[in-house]
Design a protein around this ligand. Structure first.
Ligand code: F6R
Length: 599
């Protein structure tokens, strides 16, 4: 997702900014830009795609001596990834970069347009720079103008602004989006939206509190309402990228709270669901859905099958891509063909998509990587906006896939009239609560760590659940086997008695997903059957269960999807802690690749 850097000093400014942005590349982006101020003049450059494109554009530009600059990598949310929408955004004489979202940008934009301001981009960010210049006309002190600007913004932001009217000065503000300022003994100042660009450059850093606003010049750091507190910065670049976590997988589990908000941004509104990716007539004539994917993405598809049929009352069929390819499938043009892929490069999914297109079906991709092969081939794509996922075992990508599919099922429900306005609003209310649930679910991490030592042996794990918790059981088992190399299976709880229960003994570990909001008593009976055969039971539930050998208590919720997301985090943490105890490389498990481009 978006990244910010800033610099004041005497070294070559362009290179400082681009090197800083390179350290943020791992977050994912689709365009980048810089604004460099020297001797009262500002030069700005932007490019779509990789940083190398920006480097190419700025090849013949360099600075000599003191100056300031700001830079940004953008992951498109409002408006497509074009050069005009890339940051920095400019006014008449000022430039701004911004992470986050300005929720009231439409109102501000309208007000500015009435004042005669012309807009170049489709972004929410551009209002900041024009608003600043309007405020600067009204008062002589530029910091007052900046403060008056920031006061009018609702939403989340980390903002850096430079203006020709204040040479060698960077104005900054932060609320809800991270921003760090660093300094060193050479008198250089740095800004960044995470530690990584500061490592090896800054000697000490201040992590800004929400609500901080201020400006820096080569010899002043002014911050309000409180002074910044600088602490020494240590660590190497690799640990900085992991943000202090032991593994990328751990970091990505913890990031789920943040990325889920990005996934919903501009799409989940108070009383509506909106996808700018789906044109008005795109779904005309669609009466059924076929979902196709591999691995974890297939599990997301399976879970959504329940949601589409229950909420949108549309028939759904879910297929494993490698099976679909060779079964000579019957495809009707009233079917919307949805492929789900984190990487967008999975060979089997890509081929399935190709077959659907050749058969004349409308196709929709749900993908995390823009411009990937699947995105380029599908008629339209909903990006999951999880940011780059480095851990081979998928976590946040899965979470965002499920979220997009839940959103899509509501979108269909509205279109098809299968739910009334009030019911949709109620569902949206729960959706808005998901990031909080993901954050709260991390509270059990310590418990997972302690429990993990009891689950390092045995002859196998059965993850069991019913309804949407069955695909979640499949996903829990997949996570565990991928990184611990222990044998694990996911199974529908009600199906155990039709065979697998023969395996039950004290060395068979049953991980029982027992949500309170969905078929609790039914699942409980199935777990009792296993307990009676002496299987060791770990129950994951908001309710204590007498027959469980171990339990992880989840928070009580009023909606199955909230229980789903909480249990998903528990499964991820448990798998990771078991794998760590076994001494495995959690991020790069043996035999696996992040992008499976072979059949
Ligand atoms: C498991 C995992 C894999 C992928 C599968 C499909 O943690 O990541 O099972 O889900 O290889 O990959 P994508 O989603 O990139 O198509």
């Amino acid at each position: 997702m978006c990244g910010i850097v800033g610099y004041i000093g005497k070294r070559e400014i362009k290179s400082r900014l681009i090197e800083g942005l390179r350290e943020l590349e791992y977050r994912g982006y689709d365009s980048a830009g810089i604004a460099v101020m020297q001797n009262g003049r500002i030069d700005s450059f932007k490019a779509v795609g990789k940083l190398s494109n920006l480097e190419e554009k700025t090849k013949s530009f360099s600075t000599d001596g003191l100056g300031a600059g700001i830079g940004h990598t953008r992951w498109a949310t409002h408006g497509k990834p074009t050069e005009l929408n890339a940051h920095p955004h400019m006014g008449e004489y000022s430039y701004v970069v911004h992470n986050g979202i300005i929720e009231n940008y439409r109102e501000i934009k309208q007000m500015l347009q009435e004042e005669g301001v012309a807009f170049l981009s489709q972004t929410d960010t551009e209002v900041i720079v024009h608003l600043f210049e309007l405020e600067a006309q009204r008062r002589s002190d530029l910091f007052d103008a900046f403060k008056a600007t920031i006061e009018q913004l609702d939403g989340a932001y980390a903002v850096l602004l430079v203006t020709q009217k204040a040479p060698d000065t960077i104005f900054f503000a932060r609320k809800g989006s991270p921003m760090i300022i660093g300094r060193n003994d050479e008198g250089e100042l740095f800004f960044a939206s995470s530690d990584a660009p500061l490592i090896g450059e800054a000697k000490e850093v201040a992590y800004m509190e929400d609500g901080t606003i201020g400006y820096v010049t080569p010899d002043t750091i002014h911050a309000e309402p409180e002074n910044l507190v600088f602490v020494p910065l240590s660590g190497d670049k690799a640990t900085a990228q992991k943000g202090g976590y032991r593994f990328f997988m751990e970091k990505e589990i913890y990031e789920q709270y943040d990325v889920m908000s990005d996934t919903m941004m501009g799409r989940v509104l108070d009383s509506d669901i909106f996808f700018e990716e789906i044109g008005d007539s795109f779904l005309d004539g669609i009466t059924r859905i076929k979902l196709c994917a591999c691995g974890t993405s297939y599990h997301a598809a399976l879970a959504s099958g329940y949601l589409f049929e229950r909420l949108s009352k549309i028939p759904v069929n879910v297929e494993i891509a490698s099976e679909f390819r060779y079964k000579e499938p019957l495809l009707g043009s009233d079917t919307l063909f949805i492929v789900i892929s984190q990487s967008g490069e999975t060979a089997d999914t890509l081929e399935a998509l190709r077959m659907a297109k050749e058969a004349g079906l409308k196709t929709l991709a749900i993908c995390n990587v823009d411009n990937s092969s699947i995105v380029r081939l599908a008629d339209t794509t909903i990006l999951t906006r999880a940011g780059i996922e480095k851990g081979v075992a998928s976590t946040k990508a899965f979470a965002t896939q499920v979220m997009v599919l839940w959103m899509l099922s509501l979108y269909f429900a509205k279109r098809r009239g299968s739910m009334d306005t009030e019911a949709i609003k109620e569902e949206l209310r729960f959706m808005h609560y998901v990031p909080k649930v993901l954050q709260k679910s991390l509270e059990v991490h310590e418990k997972c760590k302690r429990l993990s030592k009891r689950y390092l042996h045995g002859h196998g794990f059965f993850f069991i659940g019913r309804d949407i918790f069955f695909p979640l059981a499949l996903e829990g088992a997949l996570k565990l086997k991928e990184i611990s190399y222990l044998h694990a299976e996911g199974y529908p709880a009600g199906e155990m008695k039709h065979g697998p229960i023969a395996l039950a003994d004290a060395e068979l570990f049953t991980i029982a997903l027992m949500p309170k909001t969905l078929l609790y008593d039914k699942t409980k009976s199935n777990v009792e059957e296993l307990s009676a055969r002496d299987s060791t039971i770990l129950s994951i539930s908001p309710e204590m269960f007498d027959l469980a050998d171990d339990f992880i208590l989840t928070h009580p919720h009023n909606h199955p999807m909230l229980e789903f997301f909480e249990m998903m985090v528990v499964e991820q943490l448990l798998a990771m802690e078991i794998a760590i105890r076994l001494g495995n490389d959690v991020d790069m498990p043996r035999n696996l690749a992040k992008s499976v481009t072979v059949e």
